[in-house]
Design a protein around this ligand. Structure first.
Ligand SMILES: Nc1ncnc2c1ncn2[C@@H]1O[C@H](COP(=O)(O)OP(=O)(O)OP(=O)(O)O)[C@@H](O)[C@H]1O
Ligand SMILES: [Mg+2]
Length: 402
């Protein structure tokens, strides 16, 4: 595809890459208007008589079907309207997986959002919940708390949701202050909840389906207008992107990621247009497990462990690894990176990697060497995984949480 002509500076296909960012919330969500109206209706009370009631809603649906962005859009909409009406209403969105499924970390995050100077230390989870409710009472504010990827919370602390849903009942005679939106890709994990919490959640369920090819086409076309120079993504490329993403179960994140990567390939080859060949290239290195969001949410040690798993499988013909074998590689890698290995945390890290869909684990049968957990790598070649994790460790992917 040639290089730039001498004396000319190559112009990027992008005008604003941030519009393809994972955290960007578009003003308009094609093919989710009706769902947004439905949610808006469920929360009408919060604008009209917020002290009289509270709401619990569950949003489910497969990967990349707009659960997160829909809820965030609703939050902005409600906060905006509340502000215009002079109603005190806040929407706070937390990702339970990123906060290790810990109610305490979640509450601390929420209180910090509501009260930026909050010290946050030295509280028990129950005290943090009390502090939150007191804070809302003082402010006369209704909080809509969105627990995204709530399955992580349910798995780590099955009683946490019970506490959150019961806190209202314990405050007899006082105004309602807390509503919940729970989001999960895996509603079956909620079966672990106590029956009454489960039934309150099941009263209002919004089930999202994977997008069709035509719907994805509308989504990427609209997003391309925001992020690329006019016409830079050829119609054939938009078609191909939506077709590939429809095959991935109608995942809009995959579509947007694919478009972003294809744009990068176009720039790298000095092409003024994003062509189908760039899309195909991008598709090759976009294994589901390597998506930006997945790696982004991992902590340093989870990445080091992931690197250990990648290295193990790169040099092994086995389909399964024992934890002990991977732990040894992890120790060596920690040394390489000047980090103290955290052996006692390994099973927690493995659970996180499992939830992120990168690995699977299962108990080994009672074999000669005793019981152990077996690890396998899902849908990504070890070599690609190693390369990508190294890039993230070396900082290209952004900051690392500890
Ligand atoms: N209807 C839509 N219009 C525009 N963009 C959308 C739409 N639906 C999803 N997206 C975009 O696709 C990406 C994935 O959406 P989102 O993060 O909301 O999916 P999700 O259902 O929460 O997925 P996951 O289960 O993986 O958390 C985001 O970048 C989001 O902005
Ligand atoms: Mg999400």
């Amino acid at each position: 595809m040639g290089g730039p002509r001498p004396g000319t500076r190559h112009q990027s296909v992008f005008t604003d890459e941030s519009k393809l960012d994972l955290n960007y919330i578009p003003d308009h969500l094609p093919h989710r208007e009706e769902e947004l109206r439905f949610l808006r209706l469920l929360f009408r009370f919060a604008l009209e008589n917020p002290e009289e009631m509270s709401q619990r809603v569950l949003i489910t649906g497969p990967l990349g079907t707009g659960k997160t962005v829909l809820s965030q859009r609703l939050g902005l909409l409600l906060e905006d309207e509340a502000w215009r009406r002079g109603v005190r209403l806040r929407y706070v969105h937390v990702n339970c997986r990123e906060l290790r499924g810990s109610l305490f970390l979640i509450l601390r995050r929420v209180v910090k959002v509501l009260q930026p100077g909050f010290p946050g230390r030295g509280y028990s989870p129950d005290e943090a919940l009390e502090a939150l409710m007191e804070r809302l009472e003082e402010e006369g504010c209704h909080l809509i708390l969105c627990l995204d990827e709530v399955d992580a919370l349910v798995e780590e602390e099955p009683e946490a949701l019970y506490k959150l849903t019961r806190i209202q009942e314990a405050r007899v005679g006082l105004p309602r202050r807390l509503s919940l939106i729970c989001i999960t890709r895996r509603p079956e994990t909620l079966a672990r909840l106590d029956p009454s919490t489960l039934s309150t959640l099941q009263r209002n369920i919004l089930r999202l389906r994977g997008y069709t090819k035509d719907q994805l086409l509308d989504i990427v076309r609209e997003r391309a207008l925001l992020a690329f120079r006019p016409g830079a993504v050829s119609p054939q490329s938009l078609e191909l992107i939506s077709e590939l993403a429809a095959e991935e179960g109608g995942d809009a994140r995959y579509a947007i990621d694919l478009m972003w990567r294809a744009g990068k390939y176009a720039d790298r080859s000095y092409s003024p247009l994003v062509l189908p060949e760039h899309v195909r290239r991008a598709a090759v290195d976009l294994f589901p497990a390597l998506r930006r969001e997945v790696l982004h949410s991992l902590t340093l040690h989870e990445r080091l462990l992931l690197l250990a798993i990648a290295r193990y499988f790169k040099s092994s013909e086995e389909a399964y690894a024992r934890v002990g074998e991977v732990a040894e590689t992890y120790r060596v890698i920690c040394e390489e990176y000047g980090e103290e290995p955290r052996r006692t945390q390994l099973s927690r890290y493995l659970r996180t990697l499992g939830r992120a869909g990168i690995i699977s684990t299962r108990p080994s049968g009672a074999g000669g060497r005793g019981r152990s957990t077996l690890i396998s790598l899902k849908g990504v070649p070890a070599e690609d995984l190693e390369r990508e994790v190294m890039r993230w460790l070396e900082g290209e992917g952004g900051w690392v949480t500890r």
